[in-house]
Design a protein around this ligand. Structure first.
Ligand SMILES: [Zn+2]
Length: 411
């Protein structure tokens, strides 16, 4: 038996949480939260290619908070199976050999439960390597689930053990501390976003939001593109510092975005009689790194005609007038691919593992805050207020090993 945090479907609670989740942070972790700590059987391996892992550290992501607060669209309701153990940002340790990886190997997971993991013939997407777009995430020998942490059979990182398929695993170099390794999955998503942004040489870029997604996107843009100016919208002091450290040229508060972008790009400012102001002209590429109505609206309203807007956070509804009138290209960016065309077919995780060893990520890694499972209410509240509190990532330490038990980089 093992300890795990378990999310269970409960529509009345889901609706109640949805009504108040955004306004009252404490409610995410209060009696209405669809999460509980349970003692359950460890997930069992039934097929070759799968192995058991001990979860060493597992991050709390914005999409997890969205699910807990009922803000996630019902679109996803058939793509998960309940009850589930959340946790798709996972650093684990193999409890048994898995093909070429011996027991004891530390791994990070590409959480997508694609055709290879499901033991089905490869779909069109998987056969071209676009594993993040797999069409078979509801079929095969495991229950529906778009990712580890959303599937009833695999467990997730918020439990003491989980199972994963060899195709999901990337071995972690010894030099990476667990606190750096837990950032590899979000970095891989940021790498994918930077590639989806299709930034041209010298392009003006806006990143709307400076939580972990926004900051990592800035890092990835500087690593993988030849962006000119990068303007970052940040609310909190620590976010502003890190955005600059990661390569932002301008950092602006949410209410100053249009003024800041207008200055950089010499756009015209328009204020409608009703509704939010916008620019004629603006950045070449904007990334919404939050997914709130406000951040998406900012991205749409600060982008030049014919420009590109990339949705990196799970998006909320916004006024799409600018998409039509300014002929914007709106592109999604979901997870990351095992064969990124723009990386000559290499996985985004390969670049992410390298970036995780950079000085910038080492610094963030040192400020990762981890909680044992029994303190989940505090952990969720902390994650919900992370930006305000200057925390970049909150994670669970399901086996309660404490920071001193984890190997640290010696360099
Ligand atoms: Zn597939």
């Amino acid at each position: 038996m093992m300890l795990a945090l378990q999310m269970f479907r409960s529509l009345p609670r889901h609706v109640a949480a949805r009504a108040v989740g955004g306004r009252m942070p404490g409610i995410l972790s209060g009696p209405a939260a669809p999460l509980r700590m349970v003692t359950v059987d460890e997930p069992r391996v039934a097929r070759p290619g799968w192995a058991r892992l001990r979860s060493r550290l597992s991050g709390i992501c914005g999409s997890d908070l969205g699910a807990l607060s009922g803000r996630t669209s019902l679109y996803f309701s058939s793509l998960v199976s309940m009850p589930l153990v959340p946790g798709h940002e996972v650093v684990g340790e193999l409890l048994e050999d898995c093909e070429d990886l011996p027991a004891g190997t530390r791994v990070v997971l590409d959480p997508i439960l694609q055709c290879r993991a499901r033991g089905v013939d490869l779909c069109d997407q998987c056969s071209t390597g676009a594993t993040n777009l797999c069409d078979r995430i509801t079929v095969g020998h495991i229950s529906p689930g778009l990712q580890t942490g959303f599937c009833a059979d695999t467990g997730g990182g918020w439990g003491q053990q989980l199972i994963a398929h060899r195709s999901q695993m990337y071995a972690v170099p010894d030099a990476l501390a667990d606190e750096q390794a837990v950032l590899v999955e979000p970095i891989a998503c940021a790498v994918h976003t930077a590639l989806r942004a299709k930034v041209g040489s010298g392009d003006h870029v806006l990143v709307s939001g400076a939580g972990s997604v926004g900051l990592l996107v800035v890092l990835a843009l500087r690593e993988l593109t030849r962006a000119g100016s990068i303007t970052v919208v940040a609310k909190h002091g620590r976010q502003r510092e890190l955005a600059r450290a990661f390569g932002a040229t301008d950092v602006v508060a949410p209410e100053e975005v249009l003024r800041g972008v207008r200055r950089t790009t010499r756009a015209f400012h328009v204020k409608p009689d009703f509704g939010s102001p916008y620019l004629l002209g603006g950045v070449d590429v904007a990334v919404d790194a939050v997914g709130s109505k406000q951040s998406l609206q900012t991205a749409l309203h600060a982008t030049r005609a014919g420009g590109r807007v990339v949705l990196s956070g799970m998006p909320a509804a916004a006024d799409l007038s600018a998409v039509w009138f300014r002929e914007l290209e709106v592109a999604g960016s979901y997870a990351s691919s095992a064969t990124e065309a723009a990386l000559d077919g290499r996985p985004a995780f390969e670049v992410a593992l390298r970036l995780a060893d950079s000085p910038a990520i080492k610094e963030i890694g040192e400020s990762v805050v981890s909680y044992p499972l029994h303190r989940w209410r505090e952990a969720i509240d902390h994650a919900h207020s992370a930006g305000r509190l200057g925390t970049i990532k909150v994670a669970f330490d399901p086996n309660d090993r404490g920071p001193s038990a984890r190997p640290r980089s010696t360099s």
